[in-house]
Design a protein around this ligand. Sequence first.
Ligand code: ZN
Length: 247
Amino acid sequence: MRVFLRGGIFFFLSLASSSSQSENDDLLLAQGFYDPSRQQGYTLLKKEQAVSYPLYLHQDTESAFEAMRLEAKKKGIQLRIISATRSFEQQRKIWESKYTKLKQNSPHLEEEEIVKKILRYSAPPGASRHHWGSDIDITFGNILPQNALENESWKKGEGKRVYEWLNQNAPRFGFCQPYRGSPQNRRPGYSEGHEEESWHWSYKARALSFMRLFETKFPIRGDFSGKKHVQKYVREYFFNVHPDCLD
Ligand SMILES: [Zn+2]
């Protein structure tokens, strides 16, 4: 599967061979070097779909989410999106804010230790599934978005019911949960990875084609704190996803 960038428009084609230039263009897209608000094929989420504004998804992901949202609504479940597509720069800001906080709170920590602490729940800029227009963080009902970003909220009361509904129904709308279960028991052959994220769901058909791009090449671009240590861990964390999100 190849992704070509042509004047802001990209599409998928199967080709037996590829040039390094097009491979590089593909990776730039996969690493969030574009503006989702101006990208062909992306759509602005509607008010009833999201808790914040403006959020963008690829239209295929948005259609699948909308179908799932309406189905859930019939069961009295209100699904909404907290976070959708992020550019490299947006992911870099998240990374830097966590880095600064950890550094301030624990000045004795080595840079590598800080990187590992951030990696528990966040991907480095350029390696986030949120770069692809395929991945979403969701919330339910009227709970505060920050509470939805805690696994505990999905294990009791309404959260438990919603999580069970998602487990039974999300796959038929094309969604999977990449960071499911503990990283040690997630994917055979992998031990380290991002912690469980009950709120993070991925539109598999789109995400898979991006994931494959990184199998042969994984450039670490741009400037961000702890970059030199990221190289060592990025593949292990990136590819340690639940088998539901693989072929
Ligand atoms: Zn997420």
